[in-house]
Ligand binder design. Structure first.
Ligand code: CTP
Length: 399
């Protein structure tokens, strides 16, 4: 009996088969099932054309229909159901520009990237393995399906995917595939940066990230990645025992900290990252630089949200700047006079009232920030009168 993740999708397979078509579990879900890893999304490959799949199920999303993919929503779960196809070249996130639908699974498997990803499984758990993918799984090997030069030409992102899978699975890339990666690596430059960022995010989050970085150094793929290409030393500056970094914000903070000449904002722009990534990278970079100068003090524990704690601790250790633990941060945090700005006993209105001669302007924000710092580090008590008094003596200096 297959695990629930797979049996949940059985009604979809059965319905397609009842129409006289074939349907298989395919790709990453089969790979991860055989490796006894957590299975993510279930992808289904079928001989049924998308128009039929669309008719068979009441809840479908047609985002990728011209490439053969219909997302079927069944019992609260989404499944990508893709018609067997031959690929053209890829230029968007993950779908080829033109495709040709076919009736046989073997040709569909032939166009896939690596042998470990070119596995299909029927509803009874029988595996279709045309390229010795199972053997490669056992031997922990990443190898292209057929001619690697062709596979990488079809989609150069696969060059980075090879390294990403080595990072996630701890696998070795075969010598031939590595040589072919080296030969085709300049084609990476034609890829949409969002696709690269997406793979690199997974690469740095992998358990075997140092193995992946060793492959990047060996193949010199970085010579074709934004910012890295103008800083050939960058991948060599990264320590060779970094921990897996669960978000790209952590990655950017680390890259900035080992090479401060490139600002966080530039990484964000060139790698087209989200605003949330920017905030995270800026906060982590600030926290590490601040810790380097002042150690773990009240202001740092106050400024660092719990969300950024794990990343900060990891980066401090990676940069060999010392060791900080969650307990240490919490014990400083517990003693803080306030936990957030909301608890300050003054606000902008008070300041305007206390200093009526001053026009509203940037001084207000600066003064409030300074009050916040001095309350947090214990210089001023968080009492309205005490703060007022302190400001009278210190406002001049703040400006
Ligand atoms: N695939 C491919 N070439 C690509 C992208 C994908 O051949 N450039 C094929 C592979 O067979 C892959 C499948 O499409 O297994 C699904 O792709 P994707 O969801 O990106 O990767 P997974 O292998 O499922 O891995 P993960 O879910 O961990 O990203």
């Amino acid at each position: 009996m297959l695990p629930k993740t797979f049996t949940d999708a059985l009604p979809i397979i059965n319905k397609i088969e009842n129409e006289g078509h074939q349907a298989y579990y395919v790709g990453g879900c089969v790979r991860d099932f055989l490796l006894k890893r957590d299975v993510g999304d279930i992808d289904i490959a079928t001989s049924a054309r998308p128009e039929l799949v669309q008719k068979l199920f009441p809840k479908v999303i047609l985002v990728g229909i011209e490439h053969g993919t219909v997302v079927v929503h069944y019992e609260g779960i989404s499944y990508e159901v893709t018609t067997f196809r031959l690929d053209g070249s890829y230029s968007d996130q993950r779908r080829p520009d033109q495709v040709e639908f076919i009736d046989r699974i073997d040709e569909d498997l032939e166009r896939r990237d690596f042998t470990i990803n070119a596995l299909a499984m029927d509803k009874n758990g029988a595996i279709i393995d045309l390229f010795n993918g199972r053997k490669d799984l056992e031997n922990k090997v990443i190898r292209t399906v057929g001619n690697g030069l062709e596979r990488f030409a079809e989609d150069p992102l696969r060059i980075i995917r090879a390294v990403r899978f080595s990072s996630q699975l701890g696998f070795t890339i075969t010598g031939e595939t590595v040589a072919q990666m080296k030969e085709t690596k300049q084609d990476i430059e034609g890829l949409a940066i969002e696709r690269i960022t997406n793979e690199m995010t997974k690469l740095f989050a992998g358990e075997f990230v140092n193995r992946a970085l060793a492959y990047i150094r060996e193949t010199n793929i970085d010579a074709h990645l934004p910012i890295f290409k103008e800083n050939p030393n960058l991948v060599h500056l990264l320590p060779n025992d970094i921990p897996s970094l669960s978000s790209f914000g952590q990655v950017i903070a680390l890259l900035h900290l080992i090479h401060p000449e490139v600002r966080v904002e530039r990484w964000i722009k060139e790698w087209k990252c989200s605003n949330q990534m920017k905030k995270e990278a800026l906060m982590l970079a600030w926290a590490c630089e601040y810790y380097d100068k002042h150690g773990l003090n009240a202001w740092l524990a106050y400024s660092l949200s719990e969300y950024h704690e794990a990343g900060f601790i990891k980066l401090v250790a990676t940069l060999k700047k010392g060791t900080v633990t969650v307990d240490e941060i919490n014990s400083v945090r517990k003693k803080l006079p306030i936990q957030s700005k909301k608890e300050l006993m003054v606000n902008g209105h008070d300041l305007i009232e206390w200093f009526p001669d001053r026009k509203q302007g940037p001084w207000l924000k600066k003064a409030l920030h300074s009050v916040e710092i001095n309350v947090v580090n214990g210089t001023v008590e968080n009492k309205t009168e005490k703060i007022k008094d302190w400001l009278k003596w210190n406002l001049q200096e703040i400006e």
